[in-house]
Design a protein around this ligand. Structure first.
Ligand code: AMP
Ligand code: MG
Length: 418
């Protein structure tokens, strides 16, 4: 287990920007050091522990990109069409047993190796075969056409995937093409999660008249699964600091991170704070983010703790922008900040400068073939429907005070935040 020092999040001082927060978290957390070997079929989403160096070139041999006729470049027709005897036939999967003869064409199929000496292939659609079986090749084809040279995709010895890469389907494909059967990856980040609140009850249990079903834990477990964590569900804890302290100290040793939602808003019973302070350390980070402030960062005997706000939208946004960065740092994943895209705002909005705001928006196609962002009508941080009915978040930077319709803003799709 990565051991953090108790003061690793101890920063007083002013509000911190979202970018600084994510960078600071990444610099404070230590990567899980254990690695394991996974079969290629289970490698998607895992974090590569070592650089992958290509043991062979791709393609491994020079081959035809089309079904057609191969010949030596020196024999290419000059200005008029030219007839060739067809001397050989090479199917995919068969290694040619002799070089291409001068003045002759070779019937060849897609993926079949080019015989020595041949360097150009005519597509079968571009040629005629005469009654004697000779193939008539028209002029105009360039030497090297329709050929895939060995190593054109990947040169042998090159680093093709770097340590820290979170494997995507195309990365798995590349490893397979290089003949790998298994990969060394970092073990999954272990995260325990709980919800807090006397008013929170698990779906399936009896809901009292003043209670809500727990939505955050299920949302956050789904988000954790998408970032590749191994999650332990600690359920719902009442606003009882000694209960929370007991659960924290028992869970901490087996986890890299404990994630909680609720109980961290200022002015509340402060039981998460009291619990953390009895078994570890806790700092409230004043992150300049809306919705979402404040986020609590702590350490319990070397294990990181992050307390997210209870309001579901605030939980969602702070997970996506803060907890996710922490998890990727623990996982040893190279951090790829989500890429926002410019889009036209179809709304007006005023905000306080100095903090970053995330506005829930839907995309709407426009007459000129582009999209514009339509803001969800209401703003409450408790409105789950606002997340369900929209496509993503418009990110309004710290410096922005006002948005007018037609202005270009930055859009982050939910699919890029998971
Ligand atoms: P808190 O951060 O504990 O002050 O909670 C802020 C708001 O979020 C309150 O209205 C809570 O009832 C609500 N809330 C807290 N935790 C959850 C949860 N797990 N699921 C749904 N709503 C929650
Ligand atoms: Mg609460």
């Amino acid at each position: 287990m990565a051991q953090l020092s108790d003061d690793c999040f101890a920063f007083g001082g002013p509000m911190r920007s979202v970018d600084d927060t994510a960078a600071l978290i990444a610099s404070r957390l230590t990567v899980v050091d254990e690695t394991e070997t996974v079969q290629l079929a289970n490698a998607d989403g895992r974090v590569l522990a070592r650089d992958l160096v290509a043991p062979l070139p791709l393609p491994p041999f020079t081959n035809s990109a089309v079904d057609g006729y191969a010949l030596r470049g020196d024999d290419l027709p000059g200005t008029a069409e030219k007839a060739f005897l067809v001397s050989d036939r090479i199917q995919a999967g068969v290694a040619p047993d002799r070089p291409a003869a001068p003045g002759q064409a070779i019937r060849i199929f897609t993926g079949a190796p080019l015989p020595e000496g041949a360097d150009t292939v005519y597509m079968q659609e571009d040629v005629r075969v005469d009654e004697t079986g000779r193939v008539i090749l028209p002029p105009g084809l360039k030497r090297g056409a329709n050929v895939r040279p060995a190593g054109e995709d990947v040169a042998a010895g090159k680093v093709v995937l770097q340590a820290g890469q979170r494997m995507r389907p195309q990365d798995v494909a590349l490893a397979a093409a290089l003949g790998m059967t298994q990969l060394e990856v970092r073990r999954k980040v272990r995260v325990a999660i709980f919800s807090t609140g006397n008013e929170i009850v698990a779906p399936g249990n009896v809901r009292g008249p003043a209670q809500l079903f727990d939505s955050n834990r299920f949302m956050l477990m789904a988000m954790l699964a998408r970032v590749g964590c191994e999650t332990t569900d600690l359920g719902i804890l009442t606003d009882d600091s000694s209960l929370i302290a007991d659960v924290l100290s028992e869970a901490a040793p087996g986890q890299d991170l404990i994630l909680a939602s609720g109980g961290v808003s200022t002015g509340e019973a402060d039981c998460v704070k009291a619990a953390l302070e009895s078994v570890g350390t806790l700092v409230f980070w004043r992150v300049a983010i809306k919705p979402g402030r404040p986020v609590a960062m702590g350490v319990i005997r070397g294990t990181a703790f992050i307390g997210l706000p209870g309001n579901p939208v605030a939980s969602f946004v702070t997970f996506a922008h803060i907890a996710r960065a922490a998890i990727l740092a623990l996982a040893g994943a190279r951090q790829q900040p989500p890429i926002s895209r410019p889009i036209r705002a179809a709304f007006s909005y005023r905000k306080k400068p100095g903090r970053r705001e995330y506005v829930r928006v839907s995309l709407r196609g426009t007459q000129d073939g582009t999209y514009e962002a339509v803001k969800f009508q209401r703003e409450g941080a408790g409105l789950l429907s606002s997340l369900v009915q929209t496509d993503g978040l418009v990110e309004l930077g710290e410096e922005v005070a006002q948005v007018e319709p037609g202005q270009t803003v930055q859009f982050l799709a939910y699919s890029d935040l998971n």
